[in-house]
Design a protein around this ligand. Structure first.
Ligand code: NDP
Length: 310
């Protein structure tokens, strides 16, 4: 029987994904119709961007699964009309892109690059930076992205700690977990990276109290999600010199409104949600593999725990 796969994402992505999915599904030996416009009760799978127009899944009575093109699924995890399995994106290209972005921004802080890139006084201050072995980096979130970044930073020689909901065991990384482990994870963080999902349990995880657990002069990098940070508390910690500098890629409102204090703050670098993105070539393989699994009765990859929200 023919399987109908609805592509529900930005128009510009359709010509990119269409041939990749078509080739991948044919190679899997599946008889598939791939399109942007089906009667809802004909659709078997939805390839989905959470910002697409499709938000009411109730008419999709034949639906077997929704396959997100995004890693972060906070916009759909709580959708009550969605009653079939939801898989999120774990894509090699997305992971590599995030690792490169995180390592780049960690090295900016570690090496103190700004002092030489912006040096209007032409100051000659020949102080060599310490080695990575003398620098402690903490990553909140040890999932697909956090683990990859932690591994690469540990390979570079950094002292790396991580924090997750459940216990993790990663070579070269000091792992903490659960509410009780957060203070220890933050206590030595000279550079802190947020790679947590946005869930009810992680909202404002970085607040006045937890910011206070960081050592004075810590640097913050947030490529996770905006709501992880209580913005007022971060601005206060920056102004009090408790946090030396923050690089923020994600925000509660995106694009970040022009009047937001982060734009003009001398200790904040704003990047426009570009830390990493799903790469069609590798992501299409993940989607095709999940449809193949769905059709052969195998468990889907990267299923979202809807109760936990990630
Ligand atoms: P995963 O689901 O693989 O990992 C999430 C990690 O967070 C896990 O280690 C999990 O713990 C931990 N976690 C979740 N809830 C809690 C909690 N309450 N307390 C402590 N730890 C918790 O996600 P990914 O690594 O794939 O992605 C992380 C996030 O990165 C995405 O959700 C998205 O928001 C963001 N992202 C941002 C992009 C950008 O361009 N800025 C691009 C792509 C993703 P455990 O291991 O125990 O499950």
């Amino acid at each position: 029987m023919t399987i109908n796969v609805l592509f529900s994402a930005r128009d510009a992505l359709w010509p990119v994904y269409q041939p990749l999915l078509s080739d991948g599904l044919s190679a899997a030996g599946l008889d598939v119709r791939l399109g942007r416009d089906f009667a809802p009760d004909d659709v078997d799978y939805v390839v989905y961007a959470p910002n697409s127009a499709l938000q009411d899944f109730a008419p999709y009575t034949r639906l077997k699964a929704v396959l997100s093109l995004w890693a972060g699924v906070e916009q759909i995890a709580g959708n009550a009309t969605l009653t079939v399995p939801l898989a999120r994106m774990v894509d090699h290209g997305l992971t590599q892109g995030m690792t490169e972005w995180v390592v780049g921004h960690v090295l900016r802080y570690h090496l103190g690059m700004d002092a030489h890139i912006v040096n209007p006084e032409h100051a000659w201050t020949p102080v060599a930076p310490p080695l990575a072995q003398q620098r402690h980096v903490t990553i909140l979130g040890l999932g697909a992205l956090g683990q990859a970044a932690a591994r690469t930073l540990a390979d570079l020689g950094f002292q790396v700690s991580g924090w997750s909901r459940t216990a993790r065991d990663l070579p070269g990384v000091t792992c903490h977990h659960g509410d009780a482990g957060l203070q220890d994870a933050l206590a030595r963080a000279e550079i802190l990276v947020l790679l947590l999902p946005d869930t009810p349990a992680t909202e404002n995880i970085l607040n006045e109290t937890s910011l206070g657990w960081l050592p004075k002069g810590a640097h913050l990098i947030n490529p996770g999600r905006g709501p992880l940070i209580d913005d007022e508390s971060l601005l206060a910690a920056l102004d009090a010199d408790h946090i030396a500098h923050a690089t923020l890629d994600v925000f509660r409102t995106e694009p970040l409104p022009q009047e937001h204090p982060y734009w003009a703050h001398p200790k904040v670098t704003v990047t426009p949600h570009i830390a990493s993105e799903t790469r069609p070539e590798t992501a299409a393989q993940v989607i095709c593999e999940n449809i193949r699994r769905g059709e052969s009765g195998e468990p889907l990859l990267h299923l979202v725990n809807r109760a936990l929200g990630y």
